[in-house]
Ligand binder design. Sequence first.
Ligand SMILES: Nc1ncnc2c1ncn2[C@@H]1O[C@H](COP(=O)(O)OP(=O)(O)OP(=O)(O)O)[C@@H](O)[C@H]1O
Ligand SMILES: NC(=O)c1ccc[n+]([C@@H]2O[C@H](COP(=O)(O)O)[C@@H](O)[C@H]2O)c1
Length: 176
Amino acid sequence: MRGFYIGRYQPFHDGHQHMVEEIAAEVDELVLGIGSAGDSHTTRNPFTAGERVMMVTKAVENLPVTTYVVPIEDLDRNSVWVSHVQSMTPRFEVAYSNNPLVVRLFEEAGVEVRQSPMFRRDVLEGTELRERMIHGRDWETLVPEAVVSVVEEIGGVKRIRRIAETDSNGAGPSDQ
Ligand SMILES: Nc1ncnc2c1ncn2[C@@H]1O[C@H](COP(=O)(O)OP(=O)(O)OP(=O)(O)O)[C@@H](O)[C@H]1O
Ligand SMILES: NC(=O)c1ccc[n+]([C@@H]2O[C@H](COP(=O)(O)O)[C@@H](O)[C@H]2O)c1
C-alpha cells in the first residue's frame, strides 16, 4: 500500500518527522506532497519548493520505505484539487492529514483518510518556528538536523528576517 502526506513544510519540523515515521510503519511506500509549491519569499511561505524538496528528501532518507517527494501547486478550485494531486503523484490508496479541508476533499473524492493526534503542537508548528527564526530564539532543536543544514545553506534565517522587516516597515504585504 502507498500513502500520501501533504504539507507546506515551511519548514519541515519534528512534528512532520513524527507523522512520517508513524506513516512509514503502516505503508510500503510514501508520497510526500510539498504543498503551495508556487509560493516562496513571504512571511507564511518563505522557502521555495526546491528548498523544501531538499529539506524533506534529506530528513527522510533513512526511512525504511521508498519515499517520493512531489511539489504540488495550489489551484483556485478546491473541487478539482484531489484530481490535480493525483495527476502529479504516484498512485496512492490512503491520504494522511490533520488539515480539515484536505480531509474533506479526499473523503468526498472517495479516498481513505487517516488522521493522528498532533505531536507537541505547543512548539511543533511552522508558524512558531518561523517566529523563533525571526527573533533569534532556539528553533534548531525542533527540526531534523538535515533541515538545519538546508536552512543554513540557503541563508534561510536571514531571508525570513528581511521579509519580516519589510512587512513591519509597511513596505507592502509580502504574503499575498
Ligand atoms: N506537531 C504536529 N504533529 C502532528 N502533525 C502535525 C504537526 N504540525 C503539523 N502537522 C500536520 O502536518 C501537515 C502539514 O502541516 P503544515 O506544513 O501546515 O505545518 P504547520 O506546522 O501546521 O505549519 P503552519 O503553522 O505554517 O501552518 C498538516 O496535516 C498538519 O496538521
Ligand atoms: N485548492 C487548493 O489548491 C488546495 C486545497 C486544499 C489544500 N491545498 C494545499 O495543500 C496543502 C495542505 O497542507 P497543510 O496541511 O500544511 O495546510 C497546502 O499547501 C494547501 O495550500 C490546496
